[in-house]
Write a protein that binds this ligand. Sequence first.
Ligand SMILES: Cc1ncc(COP(=O)(O)O)c(C=O)c1O
Length: 308
Amino acid sequence: MLKLPKASFQITQKIWMNGKLVDWNKAAIHVLAHGLHYGSAVFEGIRFYDTGKSPAIFQLAAHTKRLFYSAKAIGMKIPFSEAEVNAAILQVVKVNKVKSGYIRPLAFYDYGKMGLNPVGAPVSLAIACWPWGSYLGGKPISVKTSRFIRIHPKSLVADAKVAGHYVNSILASLDIQKSKADEALFLDYKGNLAEGPGENLFFMKKGILHTPKLGSILAGITRNSVMQIARDLKIPVKEGSYKLRDLATADEAFFSGTAAEIQPIGILDGKKIHDGKTGKVTAQILEIYMDAVAGKVPRYQKWLTKVN
Ligand SMILES: Cc1ncc(COP(=O)(O)O)c(C=O)c1O
């Protein structure tokens, strides 16, 4: 039994580990697990929402698919099928009786090998869930360009959600601690706009919704959902290469992400973007997104998987 220190999140009863539900404070691993030493783990961040009768998981299939894509990127074979992982995620939400919150599946190279090459190390999978409210608060935030750039796609597989990659996001987050900014913003190795430490970036300019193209960023599932919502609203969407001045002179801007949801950005590097307030299109997309995750938009119900 682990003695747990105080955490900034609320614990739940059970964690799914390698096919079994274990008590939250018994969900332990060996300190010589490969993934703990080298970041050789892959994970997902998924939200589930209260839809009235039953909680519903947002974009479950897409998240599980990306988990397997990330695993493949580091040569990892998850010892369960995608269907089994989907079922396990549903089980963990159901058993914990939480109405809305966050789900964290984590597959990692486990104890058994200490050399860097992970071939031969066993692979474990754990899935936890807990109630989790707004990540960045919802009100327009201030972002600061990081002195760290987003990971280079030729050094790492930039669109895979590998634990080790997140040291990049941790450094950027630590770096802005002393500033007044709420969140960091990465440029890529070409000096183009990339994304936040855990969010994709959008901005509106002259009636077009722009977002940095794939290459150096995570292919966000919320990003895809936002682009679909915008297209359904007949708002032209462009994926491109942009510089900081494009964002500085935008009419409105926001981050998207599972944790952050739709997060308006009011300030870039100490200066207001337009009037610094939540823009009209941002507000519209935010409202539709929050309705969609709550099961209130018939055309987007296909994005939800009911838990009961
Ligand atoms: C680096 C990074 N970019 C973007 C996102 C947003 O992705 P998603 O919308 O799939 O949560 C995340 C969150 O997973 C992330 O970690």
